[in-house]
Design a binder for this molecule. Structure first.
Ligand SMILES: Nc1ncnc2c1ncn2[C@@H]1O[C@H](COP(=O)(O)OP(=O)(O)O)[C@@H](O)[C@H]1O
Ligand SMILES: CC(=O)OP(=O)(O)O
Ligand SMILES: [Mg+2]
Length: 437
């Protein structure tokens, strides 16, 4: 496991790895020799060299894509199904093989690998992987059954394949440490809650941190002056109320299964449903496809892996769902809009009606013209207004933040191309603990 010595030469390469529930997204960056020209400008901290995505990991065959950054020599993009990818570790191995074969990158120059770890519990700062931090993340695996195990398997593979690089964990939960106690607390006995860490942690925090910075740069306003309602809608979907640049509330809870439904997750349910769904619900599941060392009950397995869009429609791809105007697809679409509106109304009130922007992000939030339309049709009564022409043209615009509407009192509607890998790489490049003077 990693050593305590982790300062690297100041112009080294940073690999950023994002193990999502059904995808592995990887980007390679070069650290700028002078990453921060001024305290508020991080735009030149790193330079992108290449990106790669392996998606559909939980609905095989997985698909692999690889692209060198636009400015790199011999730019190319590949997209192909890969039978050998069955989990996050084999996805990472496939990427490393491809990198060795196809790109003229010297792997020895990779000095730090940033790993997105969804559940950090009470770890808030990024940590270098050592025996202690590895076991801390492992102990939390049961609270992020679709995530922490996969991330740990990639961390292990990385330590073997890149022994000279340090592995650093960046946590989704960190952004939400500002949620006030009465909001994070469940109405249960607090001696038990404290002993077992039973409270709302919230996830997608790296994405929310990226979005906050990007929207702040776009609106040319300091993060502390911003009130936002952000929707990160991907395979896992969540929303966040940002008050004065800090997380005030978010829809996921103790684990990422709560809040909005997702590709295979149920979202909010009456907790009693568990006892009525199957009489085996309380038993430990023997599902072999869950990541190693994750112990979940049959109920958790059903609610995490066999619910959501997969259960309602048979597909995990929201792009397919939105194309159909009738039947179970239409019902699933309407159900999603209904759940979003429930939280949107609540967050609007919690922010006292002072909302600078509604921000859509994630695979669905960034690409679904119809979903943005359906949400905004209902949110018009709160003073938000969508520009249908701008909404239809988001795909053709490569900006990180795109304006799609402006309503009463300057309330904006924005689409943000979120990038958790870039968020980690920037944080790493600017962290003096990790670089030689
Ligand atoms: N054109 C599209 N319209 C609506 N949804 C889409 C479209 N393309 C992709 N998606 C959805 O985006 C999801 C992936 O989102 P992403 O944020 O990349 O997920 P992940 O949680 O794996 O990081 C896919 O599962 C699919 O449902
Ligand atoms: C926390 C979470 O659900 O992440 P993802 O959407 O990447 O699966
Ligand atoms: Mg994701």
């Amino acid at each position: 496991m990693g050593s305590e010595e982790h300062r690297a030469p100041k112009s080294g390469l940073i690999l950023a790895v994002n193990a999502g529930s059904s995808s592995l997204k990887i980007s390679l960056f070069k650290r700028s020799p002078s990453p921060s020209p001024s305290p508020n400008d991080d735009s030149h901290a790193v330079e992108l060299l290449l990106t790669s995505t392996i998606d559909n990991i939980s609905a095989p065959p997985a698909r692999f894509s690889f692209a060198l950054a636009a400015h790199a020599e011999g730019r190319e993009t590949k997209k192909e199904p890969v039978e050998r990818v069955r989990d996050h570790a084999s996805a990472f191995a496939h990427f490393l093989d491809y990198l060795k074969r196809e790109a003229s990158i010297d792997r020895a120059q990779i000095v730090h690998v940033c790993h997105r770890v969804v559940h950090g519990g009470d770890y808030f700062k990024p940590v270098v992987i050592t025996d202690e931090s590895y076991h801390h993340i492992e102990r939390l695996s049961d609270l992020a059954p679709l995530h922490n195990g996969g991330a740990l398997s990639v961390i292990k593979a990385c330590i073997d394949a890149l022994p000279n690089a340090s592995s650093i964990a960046y946590f989704d939960t960190s952004f939400h440490r500002t949620i006030p106690e009465h909001i994070a607390m469940y109405a249960i006995r607090q001696d038990v809650a404290r002993r077992r860490g039973l409270k709302k942690y919230g996830f997608h925090g790296l994405s929310y941190a990226f979005i906050l910075r990007a929207v702040s740069a776009h609106l040319q306003r300091a993060p502390v002056s911003l009130n936002l309602i952000v929707l990160h809608l991907g395979s896992g979907a969540s929303m966040c109320a940002v008050a004065g640049g800090q997380s005030l509330d978010t829809t996921m809870g103790l684990t990422p299964v709560s809040g909005l439904p997702g590709a295979t997750r149920c979202g909010v349910i009456d907790p009693s449903l568990i006892f009525h769904y199957t009489n085996r619900a309380g038993r430990i599941s023997h599902d072999r496809s869950l990541a190693v060392d994750v112990h979940v009950t049959e109920a958790e397995e059903i609610l995490n892996k066999r619910s959501g869009w997969a259960a309602l429609t048979g597909t995990t791809d929201f792009g397919e769902i939105e194309e159909e105007d009738e039947g179970k697809w239409k019902t699933a679409f309407d159900l999603f809009v209904d759940r979003i509106l429930g939280f949107l109304g609540g967050y609007y009130l919690k922010l006292g009606g002072k909302v600078d922007a509604l921000v859509f992000a994630g695979g669905i939030g960034e690409r679904s013209v119809e979903l943005r339309e359906a949400v905004l049709e209902k949110a018009a009564c709160l003073g938000f207004k969508l520009d249908p022409e701008a909404n239809g043209k988001v795909d053709g615009d490569e900006s990180v933040v795109v304006d799609v509407g402006k309503g009463k009192e300057g309330k904006r509607v924005l689409v943000c191309r979120t990038d958790e890998q870039l968020e980690m790489a920037k944080e790493c490049a600017l962290d003096s603990r990790f670089w030689e003077e």
